[in-house]
Design a protein around this ligand. Structure first.
Ligand code: ZN
Length: 338
């Protein structure tokens, strides 16, 4: 019996080792090649042509209509969500792509489409037309896919005046909170040459998962920052969420000015953002073993998964030994009985 236990332990170890080796060998999803830099450029140009997207202005409302019509034209299920703020009624746009086997589980990708300026117009090219264009392009690429889980692609308003759009969404969708596999928020993804994934203690495994799978490891890193953006609304509701942004976003000299124009946009970085986000979204929506993502990397995991089998096997050995010695005693007492 102890020999068979050794064999079981060896088999189990090699299985876990093999799983580890397999899981670190990721192939880039083919649909990455469908991302079009030309389309992204066209979308950013169109979004900044409204001159300003200050929440609540007529121009901002025209831009939201533009986003809605674009999604509708590529046959995506899309709707408006209106909500009240001290600055009046604002609008979020919600796009949805249904999954196959796990329709009720969601991967969320979000970005704010409103902008702000300290003076004059707020064209908001880097903050945040580029991220909105990425979301629109990903919606196009994913529109004819049916992965395991569903996608919600969220375009928030009012981020620049108090994160109203994301707060409203989080507070009015209690029903699916428990079914959100992951949320990826994009804010300022167009200046400089590299990306950072911000995480908190809950979403650290999510950031690691994305980093492990990205094909652009030289350009993407993960940090624990505390920037103010829509991801904070999700963090406050304990929804596993990361923020994807350009490195040192506060160093962008044209942030929240009328100079945040298309000429500042590094389109290569925007395409890199689209590719990294699409890779992450693809794996998150199609990975069968994801239920354990947040559990697996919990520090308690190795303790539980080593201690439990060891305690179980030791108890089994002791029990067998105890029974064997009892049998031996009975046997010898039978023999000595006259
Ligand atoms: Zn922003």
């Amino acid at each position: 019996m102890p020999r068979s236990i050794t064999v079981i332990i060896l088999l189990l170890s090699s299985f876990l080792l093999a799983q580890n080796i397999i899981s670190n060998n990721f192939q880039q999803p083919a649909l990455i090649s469908e991302i079009s830099e030309e389309n992204i450029q066209w979308l950013i140009n169109n979004l900044t042509r409204f001159q300003t997207r200050r929440a609540g202005t007529a121009e901002c409302n025209m831009s939201v209509e533009y986003i809605y019509n674009y999604l509708d034209s590529i046959n995506i299920s899309v709707s408006y969500e209106y909500f009240n703020t001290p600055s009046g009624v604002l609008i979020n746009v919600i796009a949805e792509i249904a999954g196959s086997d796990k329709k009720g589980d969601y991967v969320i990708i979000g970005a704010h489409y409103d902008s702000i300026s300290n003076s004059g117009n707020a064209p908001g090219a880097v903050d945040n037309a580029a991220a909105v264009a990425v979301l629109m392009e990903l919606a196009r690429v994913l529109s004819n896919q049916s992965l395991l889980r569903s996608f919600k692609i969220l375009f928030f308003s009012g981020e620049e005046i108090g994160r109203y759009g994301s707060l409203n969404w989080v507070n009015t969708h209690y029903d699916i909170r428990g079914n959100i596999t992951a949320t990826l928020i994009l804010d300022m993804v167009a200046y400089g040459s590299s990306l950072v994934i911000d995480y908190n203690s809950l979403s650290k495994p999510l950031a690691d998962y994305i980093l492990e799978r990205t094909s652009y490891k030289n350009y993407v890193s993960a940090e624990e920052n505390n920037y103010l953006s829509d991801h904070q609304s999700f963090w406050s509701a304990n929804i596993p969420t990361v923020l994807i942004h350009q490195n040192n976003p506060l160093d962008y000299p044209y942030c929240h000015t009328s100079e945040d124009t298309v000429d500042k946009v590094n389109f290569s970085l925007v395409v890199l953002t689209a590719s990294t986000t699409l890779e992450a979204a693809y794996f998150l929506a199609s990975d069968l073993s994801l239920e354990n993502l947040y559990y697996k990397t919990n520090p308690i995991y190795p303790v539980v998964f080593i201690t439990v089998p060891v305690v179980f096997l030791t108890s089994l050995c002791l029990l067998i030994k105890f029974k064997a010695s009892r049998r031996e005693i009975e046997h010898s007492s039978n023999n000595s009985r006259l």
